[in-house]
Ligand binder design. Structure first.
Ligand code: PEP
Ligand code: MN
Length: 337
């Protein structure tokens, strides 16, 4: 349910509506907008009688929202959400690239790659310190040490850190060392983790699960928003299909579909989406043309020696070339890097 207020509704009128919603045991969510002021209702099991609100001063309309996702939907908020991370943003005209190695492997490695991606034009540095690996015997990440190296690399270059949070136990540690929290594909269904990041005031990149539908991705985002954190950047990173030539099938359909259904920004990760370095650039360009708000790309100075995902990592010169192509393409589609 969505209550639309007059654009010039007073603070008192808005608060009265919110109090009334709370008095029913439901949760009010004020959704500021340019075209209208809206108050979303969540927590109700069935239909709420609109008469309860239509009589209150300042209320123009009461709309029932039939989609399972509410706060993330464009029905609730028609304008696209722009998420600002210290002066760099996702969801507006600006396009941002999150680049770096799959894993932080050493201090020297991350400092070197940070410099490379910065020079190429990226404003966000990625690198996993807590790695969710398929095999328990594979490299699990440098953990706290890795977070410290990431932070140092970000401080020396002015880049912002995006790193994965694997569980609720390490959440506060990861949050202290990062600008954006990444929830990986394997954790998209970890509802306790989604709720906990929902309680923080920190941007989140939420990756689509390996076999999640678009609706399930949006519902996972809804968990985060329902706890009060509206800064969610969705990420298409490929899904499992019958096709085995590529690691995953990058579902670029998801980009315009999500743009239609949700006001949240959507970025694309062609590295995990294809699993092959030589497919990353064409799919990165295609993602931008399809309307993506940014990209996540794995870059490594020596992919052959990488401790994870080397085969899909771009070498510095290839990344540099891709960034130049992205700059050209972005102006054609009315965006800028
Ligand atoms: C990663 O970004 O390195 C990663 C593990 O991604 P995903 O969760 O999409 O597999
Ligand atoms: Mn990876």
């Amino acid at each position: 349910m969505l209550i639309i207020m007059r654009l010039d509704a007073s603070r008192k009128e808005i608060d009265t509506v919110k109090e009334k919603i709370s008095s029913f045991g439901f949760t009010p969510h004020e959704i500021p907008g340019v075209q209208r002021v809206a108050i979303g209702i969540t927590g109700n099991k069935g239909k709420v009688d609109s008469e309860n609100f239509l009589t209150l001063p300042g209320v123009v309309e009461v709309i029932s929202v039939t989609k399972p996702f509410k706060l993330v939907s464009r029905d609730f908020k028609p304008e696209s959400t722009i998420i600002d991370v210290g002066g760099a943003s996702f969801g507006g005209e600006e396009l941002n690239v999150i680049a770096g190695p799959c894993s932080v492997e050493s201090r020297a490695q991350i400092l070197e790659i940070a410099q490379i991606v910065k020079e190429a034009g990226a404003r966000f540095l990625r690198g996993g310190a807590f790695k969710p690996r398929t095999s328990p015997y594979a490299f699990q990440g440098l953990k706290l040490e890795g977070l410290e190296y990431l932070k140092e690399a970000a401080e020396t270059t002015g880049l912002k850190v995006v790193t994965e949070v694997k569980d609720t136990e390490t959440l506060s540690l990861v949050a202290e060392h990062s600008d954006v929290l990444q929830i990986g594909a394997r954790n998209m269904y970890n509802f306790s983790l989604l709720e906990r990041v929902g309680e923080l005031d920190k941007p989140v990149v939420l990756k689509r699960g390996l076999s999640a539908t678009i609706e399930e991705l949006l519902m996972a985002a809804e968990y985060i928003l329902s706890k009060g954190n509206y800064k969610v950047i969705l990420c298409e990173r490929g899904i499992r299909t019958f096709e085995t030539y590529t690691r995953n099938t990058l579902d670029l359909n998801a980009v315009p579909v999500i743009k239609k259904l949700s006001h949240l920004p959507i970025i694309v990760d062609p590295s995990h989406g294809t699993g092959a370095w030589d497919l990353v650039s064409p799919l990165a360009l295609a993602a931008i043309v399809a309307g993506a708000d940014g990209l996540m790309i794995e870059v490594h100075s020596h992919p052959e020696k990488a401790m994870s995902d080397g085969f899909q990592s771009l070498k510095p010169e290839t990344f540099h070339r891709l960034m130049n192509r992205l700059k050209e393409i972005s102006t054609i589609v009315g965006r800028r890097i």
